[in-house]
Design a protein around this ligand. Structure first.
Ligand SMILES: [Zn+2]
Length: 251
């Protein structure tokens, strides 16, 4: 068991949350009961995730995509429904967006890079004044089509491939989620490929024209790893029951 304030402080420190100029607040977004024994994790604080966490008796829900994004909005519709579940269950919501992308070991990009067996080589992809992506080198060169098939296995998700020029992939950049806008930075950093969650119309042209392949492996699929690993880590550290919620989202 841990106090809510102590868990929040531990996560803030671990992820260096104060370093980021994010869209919304990182850390505690909704205050629940003061003591936490059961910690649920989910990529997103969707209504389904809030309900599943409440049903599992969680005292707190830790997510990558929280509910507050810096806008002052009326609490209506989906926001009202999600908040209603959290407040009725007296469940805290802890959200870490850019800090969870950027962390060199615990972050979305670092964890995804590790799942690919790549050796980490540092940061790239500037976003709101911080470098959030990770660079790495694969243990051996891989044919682009074979690499795409391996990504489908790693992320358990269909992969959209926008071809670049190199016939073999060795150096890669990873920006999970909606990271397709960082393709040219990956090319400038000497990457053969950018591994990300989504592709845009221009991704096709940018890949062909920069020479850097882009593999879109699913926004949710690429961000449904690190938050659970983080929950397991702090759960073990503080003697909590960790409840990882893997809710389906094909996008
Ligand atoms: Zn995301």
């Amino acid at each position: 068991m841990i106090q809510r304030t102590a868990l929040t402080a531990d996560l803030d420190r671990l992820l260096e949350a104060a370093r980021f100029r994010d869209y919304g607040p990182n850390g505690l977004q909704v205050e629940g009961r003061p003591e936490i024994r059961r910690l649920a994790t989910s990529a997103t604080a969707s209504l389904a995730a809030c309900r599943a966490a409440a049903l599992a008796g969680a005292d707190a829900l830790l997510v990558h995509h929280g509910l507050l994004w810096g806008r002052c909005e009326p609490i209506t519709g989906p926001l009202r429904a999600r908040l209603g579940v959290l407040l009725r269950a007296e469940m805290s919501l802890l959200a870490y967006h850019l800090p969870l992308d950027a962390h060199p070991e615990l972050g979305n990009n670092a964890v995804a890079l590790g799942r690919l067996g790549a050796v980490a080589e540092g940061a790239f992809a500037e976003h709101r004044g911080a470098l959030i992506g990770r660079l790495g080198t694969l243990p051996a060169t891989e044919d682009p089509l074979a690499f795409g098939r391996r990504l489908e296995v790693v992320f358990q998700h269909p992969v959209l491939h926008c071809p670049g020029s190199s016939s073999a992939i060795r150096r890669i950049g990873v920006v999970t989620g909606g990271g397709q806008g960082h393709l040219l930075e990956a090319a400038a950093a000497g990457c053969d490929a950018l591994v990300t969650g989504e592709a845009s119309e221009q991704s096709w042209h940018e890949a062909a024209e920069s020479g850097c392949h882009l593999f879109a492996c699913g926004h949710h699929a690429t961000e449904d790893l690190a938050v659970h690993a983080l929950g397991a880590l702090v759960g073990e550290r503080h003697g909590l029951i960790h409840l990882p919620l893997h809710l389906p989202n094909p996008v």
